[in-house]
Design a protein around this ligand. Structure first.
Ligand code: PXG
Length: 460
């Protein structure tokens, strides 16, 4: 049993207390209470242990965030040292502190040279809240205050707060709390599901041209920015066709609409590049960041601004009426600094690009390339999605693909691997420190879970 010694309560006891007090994320709480949640108690490297002593290979880096894996003593030491020295101070009152200054220096040494400033937040949702205000403020400062509308995409995800979920395109989230004014959406570039008879390249261009149509419909003089994830994460780990991003960039430039990349999942090495927009080859005006910034050890996010945007705000903008108590929190900053140093100095991002990333993609092709259940494999770096298909030739999806994928995820848990399901796609995004042996284990356990699902679906 690999359960820590201080765990002296029974799992059911924890579950009862949890049911009494917690509202969990994105579940039917009543159903969860009846079932009882898994109680995670320890993490080391890529592995997690629950309160029953069962071990799991975490194929999702928590929620796409633990780039360095669990139990990194350098990160906990950085947090402890910063807490001892200066546990808290803020960036109001004309003050700053070394932790946040050093973090920003390192962050901008990793980013392309046309970015210069960052507004720190505690999460990705907050980064996108700040984005809306910052983009609108930018247009006020440069003399076009009517440019207010943000365009997002259906099935995009930008967070769970009101404005961030409005930017996103999850209709079931909109239904819960309403929308905000001046937000519009275009379709997602999900070729496998919606491409019909078009080639991926044709479909990618078609989806991008929807942005142009939407801008013309709303009036370019009213559109402030377009926000998108370089690849959709929560929406199903969907890669756009290669034709998509160049066309989107052309349209944003032509109509002077800020291009806002949500790098909350894609940032910090996931694709083998430091940032996902570098993998896809476009140049956004802003980047929303979070998750891998601290490897998830403490909450921290931010909005990165290009020089164009930052210069206007700094030189001509006057008071920037925004600030959070914990913006640039010193302990989170110290952890982020240690995390980025490790990702850089241990060559982890390079290793994902040159070794473990190509290795994962290769073994996925070997195992699932001809699998009767899998219609398409998408991925790069330490990131992949397996698309379930009822008929591969016609790209027909299972009618109850969501249930099948959920079942596959449950089989995964039983087999001791954590993979994520979205609609008919199984997603994996292991920690960037994963070894080849751990990737072998991830893919083998996933194969067992997919085979078990294929038997239910009548495919094996
Ligand atoms: N943008 C993107 C692209 C995200 O994926 C957020 C913003 C919001 O970040 P915060 O830190 O406020 O959660 C996210 C979050 C999933 C899953 O199951 C994905 C996220 C969060 C929770 C679950 O895929 N992404």
């Amino acid at each position: 049993m690999n359960v820590p010694a201080q765990l002296n309560r029974l799992t059911e006891d924890y579950q009862t207390s949890d049911a009494a007090h917690h509202i969990h994320a994105f579940v039917d709480q009543k159903a969860l209470n009846a079932e009882g949640p898994r109680v995670m108690v320890r993490g080391e490297g890529l592995y997690l242990w629950d309160s029953e002593g069962k071990r799991y290979l975490d194929g999702m880096s928590g929620l796409w965030c633990t780039q360095l894996g669990y139990g990194r003593r350098d990160l906990t030491a950085a947090a402890a040292a910063q807490m001892d020295q200066l546990a808290y101070y803020n960036m109001f009152f004309h003050t700053t502190h070394p932790a946040v200054i050093e973090l920003s220096e390192l962050l901008f040494s990793l980013l392309p040279a046309h970015y210069s400033h960052v507004i720190y937040t505690n999460s990705g949702s907050e980064a996108n809240e700040v984005l809306i205000r910052t983009v609108r403020r930018y247009w006020q400062v440069v003399g076009q205050p009517q440019k207010k509308i943000m365009i997002g995409r259906w099935n995009g995800y930008h967070g769970s707060t009101l404005a961030a979920s409005a930017l996103g395109g999850m209709k079931f989230m909109h239904e819960m709390g309403g929308l905000i004014p001046d937000v519009a959406h275009i379709d997602e570039p999900y070729w496998y599901a919606h491409g019909g008879e078009l080639t991926p390249a044709e479909f990618g261009r078609r989806c991008a041209l929807q942005l142009e149509e939407k801008i013309l419909e709303l009036g370019a003089e009213n559109v402030a920015g377009f926000i998108a994830e370089p690849f959709q994460g929560a929406g199903g780990m969907i890669f756009p066709p290669e034709s998509y991003w160049p066309e989107i960039q052309r349209i944003c430039r032509q109509y002077d609409v800020l291009l806002c990349a949500d790098e909350v999942i894609g940032g910090f090495g996931r694709t083998g590049e430091w940032f996902a927009h570098q993998h896809f080859g476009f140049e956004p005006d802003t980047l929303s960041i979070a998750k891998g910034l601290t490897s998830g050890y403490l909450p921290m996010g931010g909005l990165v601004l290009s020089k164009r945007v930052a210069d206007a705000l700094v030189e001509r903008g006057g008071v920037f009426a925004h600030g959070l108590t914990y913006s640039g929190h010193p302990v989170a900053a110290a952890v982020a600094l240690a995390n980025l140093k490790a990702l850089r100095d241990e060559g982890i991002v390079r290793q994902v690009k040159d070794d473990t990333g190509p290795y994962l993609q290769k073994i996925l092709q070997e195992v699932f390339g001809n699998h009767p259940m899998i219609g398409e494999i998408q991925g790069t770096g330490l990131l992949a999605a397996l698309q379930f298909a009822e008929d591969k030739a016609t790209r027909k999806r299972f009618e109850h693909e969501n249930d099948l994928a959920w079942q596959c995820r449950t089989f995964g848990f039983e087999e001791g691997v954590i993979i994520r399901s979205t609609l008919g796609r199984m997603i994996m995004a292991p920690a960037l420190v994963a070894t080849r042996a751990e990737l072998d284990e991830l893919v083998e356990k996933t194969r067992i879970a997919v085979d078990r699902t294929a038997r239910i679906a009548g495919k094996l």
